[in-house]
Design a binder for this molecule. Structure first.
Ligand code: NAP
Length: 725
């Protein structure tokens, strides 16, 4: 730690903070933290919401790895931190030295917004950047920026040991001879320490020792545990036969591999930190509607039943869209525009297939284990007593395309030379095309094991390196003001299934599971009885963006949401219909009811897009009825795949362009609120551009001024976007 003010600060303390939505930023930050330790730094690793664990002004160097979600929003595990940062006043962080690695995707607006905002705010607070920030782009491959950024972080940190530069006098990102010497000595020292700690780590904790006393040298302890447990018998009714998936063999062309004798830019193999302790107890079966205790829900879990299911699209529609109404025993406090989350398990056959491929017997899979170890990923830290079955169902993501570092890890554990070479090649710079082709097939973890059958990876390594399972989110399509509205809410979602080349079929995780639970109802049928008795744990998503109706009901509302992006607006409309009913009852309307009623409520315009009117015009009846009743002022439809329809708008942005003048009047003269919901990649950008054009063409703005004006509206929460990847 730095001592008195006159002493030269020593950058031997390093804190790596992360803010991560899907686990990527967390795993990259862990990699930096582990490398820092190996290089002799006294390193710490924290999620940003735990910012108070560190005295920022006293730490020598702070490294932030932060991702961006939704419409440029910070990840959920940093929201507390942002509230804290907003409250800080003056230049209270003058001693803090920091650098930032941002993760984002240029396909979306507000690329790496979290990193940029953090940088600006830290500078406002007087902190100094000791190494230029890196902004990694998932569209071109995060590794392209992440790998060199981390590589050049070490000389920058080494430089901190001998001086305290500002970002302007940083050396070019390569090692000067002096820095190289420093870094080398740090590495050497750390290599020695690491070897010692690896030797020490072979001595398991006392609890583990009792389990693994028979472990032979070189054998993986958990494999032994599994074998031990498999001698036990279990009541067959506890263990019904369940089909296991086998996985697809993915065909990739490796014919160019021979041209490359030297592979470069190979990622580092993640450290082995996780240990699995056998608890020798049986985990009590879970009550319906509950989740394994290790799940950390962002808001309290609520138990829902399924009240009503309807399939909104016929079988020849491109997508199967299901509307589901959930019921609750107690009142739930929510507003239209809110979303909720569901923790769905991995597909059961896939889980069984993976466990079987890892040689975990059915019996071993149902015994209680505890996961522990220094610096294990945050989603595993709460696994105090759980079955391997539940860990593979709920804790790890078995379906996301593999990260490069994982491919490298699998290469380490391949016994067949051909498998090893292919995996190493895919993990290298030279094998980027093959890796992309492999990822494009969306291989599950089981497919990887099936494609490279000689990979024999210890269970603990699998669990700690697979990405964390994420909850899935859906918008609420109903209003709490409707009949019994506080005890029910509705949602609508597309059941995601897609076919890839080579006869490979892929399904999503949550939507096919929900569809199955809801009985896979056919089109045209509304099912309200005889539904599953399943109880589902769900939770409300905190609405940080205030994507809700304005409290001033006279403000006009412009809603833009093609496909299931219309979901929150159906809630808005139901809410407004109820507000109008109440007003109608309260006020003595007299002879001119409509006119009088409309004085209390601003216009509501809905822009909706579908492919075919007859196939995927979701909520058509409701929309038309809202229009008839005057709840909706304008219903503007865009149809993208109907032929021979003269002058019809293809996309919502075309409708917006056509309605430019009226929209400008609503926005400019009546202060309309603008809401956009749906796909962040294509639609949101195109709609944004059309809004800019409206300001230019009808408001007389220059292009830059129009863009600035829209940004201002976004800050003032007058232009709100709920965007989904
Ligand atoms: P979709 O069925 O794929 O598309 C709906 C319409 O949008 C189609 O006519 C489609 O046309 C058109 N479209 C395609 N590209 C477009 C572009 N660049 N600009 C404007 N329109 C375009 O829609 P979806 O699958 O339901 O997706 C809607 C989005 O909303 C998803 O990102 C989803 O995650 C999100 N969302 C879902 C919920 C929910 O609760 N389920 C809530 C909020 C948001 P073509 O395909 O013919 O080109």
């Amino acid at each position: 730690m730095s001592g008195s003010e006159n002493a030269v600060p020593q950058a031997d303390h390093l804190t790596v903070f992360y803010a991560s939505q899907t686990g990527n930023a967390e795993s990259i930050s862990r990699n930096i933290y582990e490398q820092a330790q190996e290089r002799g730094f006294k390193a710490f690793h924290h999620v940003l919401n735990d910012h108070a664990k560190v005295d920022w002004d006293k730490e020598d160097c702070l490294v932030f790895v932060v991702s961006t979600t939704g419409d440029g929003d910070p990840p959920d595990n940093s929201t507390k931190f942002w509230r804290h940062l907003r409250k800080l006043k003056g230049v209270g962080l003058t001693k803090a030295k920091y650098t930032i690695l941002g993760l984002g995707d240029t396909n979306y607006d507000n690329f790496c917004q979290t990193a940029k905002r953090l940088d600006t705010r830290l500078q406002e607070l007087g902190a100094t950047s000791f190494y230029p920030r890196g902004l990694a782009d998932d569209a071109t491959g995060l590794e392209e920026i992440v790998d060199p950024w981390i590589k050049n972080l070490w000389p920058a940190l080494a430089h901190q040991v001998i001086s305290t530069p500002t970002v302007h006098d940083l050396p070019q990102p390569h090692l000067t001879p002096e820095e190289e010497k420093i870094v080398k000595s740090l590495i050497l020292k750390q290599e020695q320490d690491r070897k010692q700690s690896i030797a020490a780590a072979t001595l398991a904790s006392p609890k583990l020792l009792s389990t693994f006393t028979s472990t032979a040298a070189g054998q993986d302890p958990i494999e032994n545990t599994i074998k031990d447990l498999s001698n036990l018998t279990l009541n067959p009714s506890d263990n019904p036969p369940i089909t296991s998936a086998v996985g697809y063999k993915i065909d990739i062309d490796f014919s160019t591999m021979a041209d490359h004798s030297n592979l470069t830019a190979l990622p580092r193999v993640p450290n082995a930190n996780l240990q699995i302790a056998n608890l020798e107890t049986v985990v009590a079966s879970r009550e319906p509607g509950t989740l394994p205790t290790f799940i950390q829900s962002p808001t309290p879990l609520l138990v829902a039943t399924i009240n009503k299911v309807q399939c909104l699209t016929p079988s020849d529609a491109l997508k199967r869209t299901i509307a589901v109404e959930f019921g609750f025993e107690d009142d739930v406090d929510y507003a239209p525009g809110d979303a909720f989350g569901i923790w769905a398990p991995n597909n059961e056959a896939l889980v069984r297939g993976v466990l079987s491929a890892l040689n975990v017997s059915d019996v071993a899979a149902t015994k209680a284990v505890r996961l522990h170890g220094q610096g294990i990923p945050s989603h595993l830290q709460t696994v105090e007593s759980a079955t391997l079955l539940d860990i593979f169902r709920y804790a790890v993501d078995l379906t996301s395309p593999p990260k490069k570092a994982n491919i490298r890890l699998y290469a380490e554990h391949a016994s067949d030379l051909a498998d090893k070479q292919k995996l190493m090649f895919m993990a290298s710079k030279q094998g980027a095309d093959q890796l992309n082709a492999f990822r494009a097939q969306s291989p599950t973890f089981l497919d990887i094991l099936h494609t490279f059958p000689s990979v024999n990876i210890p269970l603990a390594r699998v669990i700690e390196t697979l990405p964390p399972m994420q909850p899935r989110y859906y918008s609420i399509t109903s209003s709490p003001m409707s009949k019994n509205g506080h005890r029910r809410w509705s949602c609508a979602f597309n059941v995601v299934t897609y076919d890839l080349s080579g006869g490979i079929h892929r399904r999503g995780v949550c939507t096919p599971w929900l569809d199955e639970l809801a009985g896979q109802v056919p089109f045209g049928k509304v099912v309200t009885t005889g539904l599953t008795t399943q109880r589902l744990p769900v939770f409300l998503k905190l609405n940080e963006t205030r994507f809700n109706l304005p409290s001033d009901t006279t403000k006009p509302v412009i809603m833009i949401g093609p496909g299931t992006g219309v979901a929150p607006f159906m809630g808005f409309l139901e809410h407004r219909a109820e507000q109008r009913l109440i007003k109608k009852r309260l006020v003595n309307i007299g002879s001119g009811p409509r006119q009088h009623l409309d004085d209390h409520f601003g216009d509501m315009w809905l822009f909706f897009g579908c492919r075919h009117r007859e196939k995927d015009w979701l909520f058509r009846e409701q929309m038309e009825s809202y229009k008839r009743d005057g709840v909706l002022t304008e219903l503007l439809l865009a149809v993208s795949r109907e032929e021979n329809v003269p002058n019809s708008a293809k996309y919502v942005q075309d409708q917006i362009r056509d309605q430019g003048k009226s929209l400008w009047n609503l926005i400019h003269k009546k202060g309309a609120m603008i809401y956009v919901c749906g796909d962040a990649k294509g639609m949101a950008k195109a709609v944004h551009d059309e809004l800019v054009n409206i300001l230019i063409n009808h408001g007389g703005y220059e292009k830059m001024a129009a863009i600035m004006e829209l940004n201002k509206w976004a800050q003032e929460k007058r232009y709100l976007r709920d965007l989904w990847a």
